[in-house]
Design a protein around this ligand. Structure first.
Ligand code: ZN
Length: 152
C-alpha cells in the first residue's frame, strides 16, 4: 500500500471560483446541437462568432457551469488544427476567475507559460487567457473573467 501527501494551503485557491465552462471542439454546430438540446435537453444560451479565434461557439447551460461547443470557421483556427490532429472532443477547461490580469501574473510568477500574456476578448464579452498545456500536464486551461451581469 502506498500513501502520498497532498500539501494543502487553506484558502489559497479563492481566486479560482469554479469551472466556468468546458470547451468541446466540433466539426459542425448544426450537426451536434440536436444531441445537446434534444437528447441531453440542455438549454441553449446563445450562438456567437468569436473573430479572434476564428470560431463559432454555442453555449449550453449546465447548472452553474456551461458547455461551449466550438466550430472552426477557418482551417487556420486553432480549433480546426485540434480537430485535424485529435478529432472532435474535449478541447479546454475554463476556470472562472476575478481580476484576470492579476491571475495571469500570478501564474507566470509560479512558472506557468501563458499562451496569452494578457487577456483578450472571448465569447459574451468575457476576458480570457489560455495557459500553455505543457505547463499544465496536458490540459488546456482557460482563465475566464465574465463581464459583470453577463448571462453566459
Ligand atoms: Zn472557452
Amino acid at each position: 500500500m502506498s500513501t502520498f501527501a497532498i500539501h494543502v494551503q487553506q484558502g489559497v485557491n479563492a481566486m479560482i471560483k469554479k469551472i466556468d465552462h468546458i470547451g468541446i471542439a466540433v466539426r459542425s454546430l448544426e450537426e451536434v446541437l440536436p444531441f445537446y438540446t434534444n437528447v441531453l435537453q440542455l438549454e441553449l444560451l446563445g450562438v456567437e462568432e468569436v473573430a479572434s479565434q476564428k470560431v463559432k461557439v454555442a453555449f449550453l447551460k449546465l447548472g452553474e457551469s456551461k458547455l461551449e461547443l466550438l466550430e472552426p470557421l477557418s482551417s487556420e483556427s486553432p480549433v480546426a488544427q485540434f480537430i485535424e490532429k485529435r478529432g472532435e472532443g474535449i478541447h479546454h477547461v475554463a476556470l472562472g476567475v476575478s481580476s484576470i490580469e492579476d491571475r495571469i501574473q500570478e501564474m507566470q510568477e509560479r512558472g506557468v507559460r501563458m499562451i496569452d500574456e494578457s487577456s483578450r476578448l472571448g465569447a459574451a464579452g468575457a476576458h480570457i487567457a489560455f495557459m500553455h498545456p505543457k505547463s499544465a500536464h496536458g490540459v488546456l486551461y482557460e482563465l475566464c473573467e465574465k463581464k459583470l451581469g453577463a448571462e453566459v
